[in-house]
Every structure is written in C-alpha cells, then in structure tokens.
Design a protein around this ligand. Structure first.
Ligand code: ZN
Length: 398
C-alpha cells in the first residue's frame, strides 16, 4: 500500500480546529493520521512538504448543471428571472455540437480547481460516461419537469426507463437519483406519484419572487410564461402558501433532500427546513446574477438549517467553482464564521449528497485533499482560503 506524509503550514480538518504546522498521513487512498508536526505520535519518514499554505478537504459542489455548460455567456442576466428561464429553454433546444466539449471542459475545470464531488442536475443523463472517466465523485439528479398533469404518468415511465438504462451501464463513482425541477414546473399529480415511490433527492425551491407569487395567487409573470409555453389550459388551484410550506404539505421534505436556493423563506419556513433535516444548497452568485435576492444565511444558520454550496450552471454563473461562492458569501455577510463557510463548501456538501467518506480530513476518510498555497505562512487559514486570492489544487492520492 502506498504511504505518503503531507506537510503544510496549516491543515483544516473541518470537523475540528485548524492544525498549525500540520501533518497528514495518507495510506492507499485513505487518511490514516493527522496532527501537528511536533506530536510524538506523528508518523516517521520523509515528508512531502507542500510549503506555506493550507491543506483542506476537497470541495463539494452540491448543485450544478453540467448539461448547460455550452450556454455560458448566452443568457441575459439582470433582466429578471422569467426572461432568463425563457432564454435557457430556447437556447438548450438548439442543437449544439459544442455541448459535449463544453461539458468535458467544465469537468476539467472542476478538477483543476479542487472540486472532488458534484451534485449534477441532468435532464438526459447524457454525460455519465464523462463523469465516470473523471476523478470526481458524482451524484446525478435526473430532473423531472411536467406541468401538465396529463403528462405525469408518461414522465414517470420515461424516468424509470432512464434509471434502468443507467443502472445497466457501469459508471464507477456516479450515482443517479430522481429529482424534481421546482414546485411551479411540476404538477401536484406528478409530485404525488413521486412521493409514492419514495420522493425526490433534489428540488429548486423558493428561488424567485415570481415562484412565490404563482404559488400564492396563481398569477404573475410565471403564469404568463406557462401560457406562452402552451400550458395555459392547465388548471391549478394555488395553495396560497410559501413554496416551502407547499412542498412540505406534499410530503417532499426529508433528510436526504437537497433543497436548492431557499432565498424566499421566512422564519416559519426556516424552522420547517431545519425540522425536516433537509440540506439547503446556497447559490449566492447565481442568485446575485439573476437578481432574485439574497438568502438570509445568518438566519438559516441560526435556525439550524444544514447548509452547503452549489454554483448552479454556467448559464447563470462565471465558473463552477464553489470557492467563488464561498468568497462572495463572506463578502455579503462579513459577520459569518469563516469556518462555517469552509464547512459549507466541504463537509456540508458531502453530507447533503450522502458521500460519507468525503468532506473532512479524518482517519478512514478518503484522501481527496486540496492545497491552497500562499506566498508566506498565513496567519489565519480560513481567511486565506476565503480571501479571493487562494487557488486550490488537488494533492495526494485518491
Ligand atoms: Zn439549478
């Protein structure tokens, strides 16, 4: 079994305080020991000294859409939520010979910048082979969209066939789960069928004011969008509640659900998300770029909601690097504990995706480690990682 001792001016284990002048022993693809260099129990042997900087667990991007990578720079930002959705719908329908290359390039950029796992939303499962060939661990959410209740059964059948086909093809490191797009794009009938078969693993929720208005009153810009999509005939009795309360009433909130966005939530909603034990994937850059608002992260934390970070797609953000979202979060909320933000980008994401051997540096965990080099030993390791200047690269084995 291969054996490697890594040394760095700081090690952030995430589930414990940072270790100054830290050492990490990697055996095979697992962490075997960690502690300060001066510890009498520190492993003996040559050390691969990474130099000044911070060693931490690899990042987890809990929400992206690799499939939309070819839409980078092709959608209008800052014109409102519904115009953006319409542009994505129009652009994704165009045949794109560059689509595969854009996805491969996106995966490469994730790997190069220290991401080790992704929660990737897909409507086709068309790039499982690319993910399997990468070093990323992937949870791929097969996303269902069907506002017309008459399509509920056929949509579910289609999904079952896709899942069965995916299960027949070996794709190591890739797991596929069912997801629903959002409460205003999936019919109550389809939600009911999904709940019957165990629920969904991810959903966009409480992202825009338009979503809230539609669920509260049944009208507004989203109703107009559905009409333009030829769905004006679908009758829908709006629940008259918040998005969170609505999907909770449908039985969708459970501890292995990744709720994406949670921008439009009040105190009662936060209590509900905490009680149900869901993970919330914050997408601060996408929310900013689309102008939907800012999730109240301190209030979510104070309510005990489990938080992680996602980028969303290149149709709404500049990179798929969650470190960029972590940096924005610390700028939006300077009072946030930097350790809590680093946790969201690592352990929070691993927990959300159910990847128990990632997210922290601890004996037995997978040695999916990244290093943020610095010109000189940083005085505060978390501040260095979140400075906006840190560049992460993967180190070690596994
Ligand atoms: Zn998304």
């Amino acid at each position: 079994m291969s054996r490697l001792i890594l040394g760095a001016s700081w090690v952030i284990p995430v589930d414990g305080p940072p270790i100054k002048d830290g050492r990490v022993l990697v055996e095979g693809d697992r962490v075997a020991w960690l502690g300060p260099a001066g510890d009498p129990a520190a492993p003996q042997g040559p050390v691969r000294d990474l130099g000044p900087g911070v060693l931490l667990p690899g990042l987890v991007n809990a929400h992206c859409h690799l499939e939309l990578s070819q839409l980078a720079g092709q959608t209008p930002l800052g014109e409102g939520f519904v115009p953006w959705v319409e542009s994505v719908v129009a652009a994704r329908g165009r045949p794109g010979e560059d689509a595969v290359r854009a996805r491969a390039e996106a995966i490469r950029s994730l790997e190069e910048r220290g991401t080790v796992a992704v929660g990737d939303v897909s409507n086709t499962l068309g790039h499982l082979d690319l993910l399997a060939a990468s070093r990323l661990r992937s949870v791929v959410f097969l996303e269902l969209l069907a506002w017309d209740p008459a399509r509920a059964e056929a949509t579910l059948t289609w999904a079952e066939e896709r899942l069965a086909a995916a299960a027949r093809t070996p794709t190591p490191g890739v797991e596929v789960r069912l997801a629903a797009h959002a409460p205003h794009s999936v019919s109550p009938e389809l939600f009911a069928r999904l709940v019957e078969r165990g629920g969904v693993a991810s959903i966009h929720l409480a992202e825009s004011r338009e979503e809230c208005r539609f669920l509260a009153e049944g009208d507004g810009p989203w109703a107009g969008f559905l009409e333009r999509r030829g769905l004006g005939h679908v009758s829908f009795r709006p629940p008259g509640t918040s998005p969170v309360e609505y999907v909770d009433g449908l039985g969708l909130l459970h501890p292995s659900l990744v709720v994406v966005h949670a921008v439009q939530v009040g105190e009662e909603d936060r209590g509900r998300l905490a009680r149900r034990g869901v993970s919330v994937a914050l997408c601060p850059r996408s929310n900013r770029n689309l102008g939907v608002g800012t999730a109240d992260v301190p209030a979510l934390l104070a309510s005990g909601v489990r938080l992680c970070l996602g980028t969303d797609s290149l149709a709404s953000v500049e990179t798929l690097d969650v470190l960029d979202d972590a940096v924005l979060l610390t700028r939006q909320f300077p009072g946030l504990d930097p350790a809590a933000v680093v946790r969201m980008a690592t352990a929070g994401g691993a927990e959300a995706l159910g990847l128990d051997d990632l997210g922290t540096i601890a004996p037995g965990k997978r040695a999916a480690l990244v290093f943020a080099g610095a010109p000189s030993p940083p005085t505060d390791p978390h501040a260095h990682v979140l400075s906006g200047r840190a560049r992460l690269r993967r180190v070690g084995i596994g």
